[in-house]
Design a protein around this ligand. Structure first.
Ligand SMILES: Cc1cc2nc3c(=O)[nH]c(=O)nc-3n(C[C@H](O)[C@H](O)[C@H](O)COP(=O)(O)O)c2cc1C
Length: 216
């Protein structure tokens, strides 16, 4: 049975990112995959890359040797057949938890070697899901497209073929009235959510179903 690791790199259980990752998980499961779901923000303490270079020489060559909360996650991803990872957009980038994971999963396979720049021989498909307040319509204009292309390109080089799925204009809280967030139109946010979120979930489900086949 094919094994997929699914990671929620957002801190909120049950919210947009978690729900879309869960939809993709359901899709992968319905295709017969075994999926392990990992909530990054509920792991024991972890950091980004600590620049120890243990992954650049034996006995740890090609593997992150930093034994914190992410260690086992990286082992599992290295042994998996696919990776689903979701992150909210935080300040124009992906979350700090995502970044920590990203630094470590990418850097372990990056060799600084001209002849063999990537030492990862076990390429697996990746589905990167992201959610944001900002609508997809503005992604090109404010640099989010470029930011995601950069992640996609590094995942493709060091992990495997990568698809990106964007869900913009999310409902950030259930009750906007308790905040003084005057830039939002709560009614419009709610309507948008009611009218569109299910179709995003369906799309995520489909992408989860196709993760092993539609990757290349
Ligand atoms: C710390 C923080 C920073 C954020 N920065 C941005 C941002 O720069 N651009 C944006 O579109 N949304 C931003 N958001 C909104 C979230 O990306 C959006 O609400 C997302 O869907 C939240 O995911 P969740 O519901 O899974 O928690 C930010 C939210 C937080 C908490």
């Amino acid at each position: 049975m094919k094994k997929i690791i699914a990671i929620n790199a957002g801190p909120r259980k049950g919210w947009n990112t978690d729900q879309l990752v869960s939809s993709a998980v359901k899709g992968a499961q319905d295709q017969g995959c075994e999926v392990e779901y990992i909530d990054l923000y509920r792991l024991p303490k972890f950091t980004g890359c600590v620049s120890c270079f243990g992954c650049k020489r034996e006995p740890g060559f090609g593997t992150c040797i930093c034994k914190d909360g992410l260690y086992d996650v990286l082992v599992k991803v290295r042994n998996a057949d696919g990776l689903i990872i979701g992150s909210p957009n935080y300040l124009g980038d992906l979350s700090a938890g995502f970044r920590a994971f990203y630094e470590r999963i990418i850097f372990q396979s990056l060799t600084y070697n001209k002849e063999r720049p990537c030492c990862n021989e076990h390429r697996i498909p990746v589905l990167l899901i992201t959610t944001s307040n900002c609508s997809e319509d503005y992604y090109d204009m404010i640099g989010y497209t470029r930011m995601l292309e950069n992640y996609q390109s590094n995942f493709e080089r060091f992990v495997g073929p990568t698809h990106v799925f964007i869900c913009g204009d999310t409902l950030q809280v259930n009750d906007y009235s308790i905040y003084n967030w005057t830039i939002f139109d709560p009614q419009a946010k709610k309507e948008h959510r009611d009218q569109t979120f299910e179709s995003y979930q369906q799309k995520a489900y489909k992408m989860g179903m196709e993760i092993l086949t539609a990757a290349e």
